[in-house]
Design a protein around this ligand. Structure first.
Ligand SMILES: [Ca+2]
Ligand SMILES: [Ca+2]
Length: 239
C-alpha cells in the first residue's frame, strides 16, 4: 500500500467509525419546530409546572388580566400542574381595600390540543371571606404539599375541577386574541371565595395524535450532529 493509499484508508476508517458512532446516537438537537405553544389566562395569576419543572409564571399578579404564551418542549406522559391565584388580601380574602370579593378562573391550551376541562383535578388551599361574611371577613388555609407539582404526586383524592362559562368568568381583551378554542374555564367549586387553587392533570399522549420525539435526558448524551455549531473551546474542539 502506498503512503497516499494508507492515508486515504486511515481517513476512511476514521470517518466510518465516526459515522457509525453517530448512527448509535438517535437523539438530535430539538428545534423550535419541536415545541408547542402554551397559552394561559388566569384571573388573576398562575404558576405553571410541566413534568415537575417550573415553565411559566404570570408576569402580572393582579390587573390588567393578561395572556402568557410560551414555547414548551413536550414529553409524554406529560404532568401539568398549575397554581391559580385569585387576588385577595391574605387576612380578609377580599380586595380593593376590602370592598370587593373578587373571582378567579383559569384557562389553558397547548399546541398539541391539551385543554383545561372538568377532567383536571382541582383543590382549594386558601379561601375567604369564609361564608361570604364581609362584616367579619376571615380566611382559611391548608398548607401546600411541598411536592404538589411533582410527577409522582398523588392527586387521586383531589376533586375534579369545575367548569365555568366565559360569561361567568368574563375574560378581558387579550383572551380573545389567543387560541383557547375547545378549552374551558376551570376553578374549584367556588370561583369567588376560593382564592388559591392547585390544578393537576396527566396528558398520556398528544391529543392531536401527532407523534413527537422525546428529548428528555438530552443533557446526558451528545446529540446527533455534535455539539454547538459555531462554538468550540479555546483548543478549537467543537464540544
Ligand atoms: Ca376571591
Ligand atoms: Ca380576580
Amino acid at each position: 500500500m502506498t503512503k497516499r493509499a494508507l492515508i486515504v484508508a486511515t481517513l476512511f476508517t476514521a470517518w466510518s467509525v465516526q459515522t457509525s458512532a453517530f448512527a448509535q446516537q438517535p437523539p438530535r438537537k430539538p428545534r423550535i419546530a419541536d415545541t408547542i405553544k402554551a397559552n394561559v389566562y388566569a384571573d388573576n395569576s398562575f404558576k405553571l409546572y410541566i413534568n415537575g419543572e417550573l415553565i411559566a409564571v404570570d408576569s402580572i399578579t393582579f390587573v390588567p388580566h393578561n395572556v402568557v404564551s410560551v414555547d414548551v418542549l413536550p414529553a409524554y406522559p406529560m404532568t401539568i400542574a398549575v397554581m391559580g391565584i385569585d387576588n385577595a388580601d391574605p387576612k380578609t380574602g377580599m380586595e380593593y381595600a376590602n370592598t370587593n370579593i373578587g373571582d378567579g378562573g383559569l384557562i389553558l391550551k397547548l399546541g398539541d390540543g391539551t385543554v383545561t376541562n372538568a377532567k383536571w383535578k382541582a383543590k382549594k388551599f386558601s379561601w375567604g371571606p369564609v361564608g361570604s361574611d364581609t362584616k367579619n371577613p376571615r380566611v382559611e388555609n391548608i398548607p401546600l404539599p411541598q411536592d404538589w407539582h411533582a410527577v409522582d404526586f398523588d392527586d387521586s383524592k383531589w376533586p375534579n375541577a369545575k367548569e365555568f362559562t366565559q360569561e361567568e368568568v368574563g375574560p378581558k381583551e387579550p383572551f380573545f386574541e389567543h387560541d383557547f378554542k375547545g378549552a374551558k374555564f376551570i376553578w374549584s367549586d367556588d370561583v369567588k371565595l376560593d382564592n388559591l387553587v392547585l390544578f393537576r392533570t396527566v396528558v398520556r399522549s398528544p391529543p392531536d395524535g401527532k407523534e413527537r420525539p422525546d428529548f428528555r435526558g438530552l443533557t446526558d448524551v451528545v446529540p446527533q450532529g455534535g455539539g454547538r455549531r459555531g462554538g468550540g473551546n479555546r483548543q478549537g474542539n467543537r464540544n
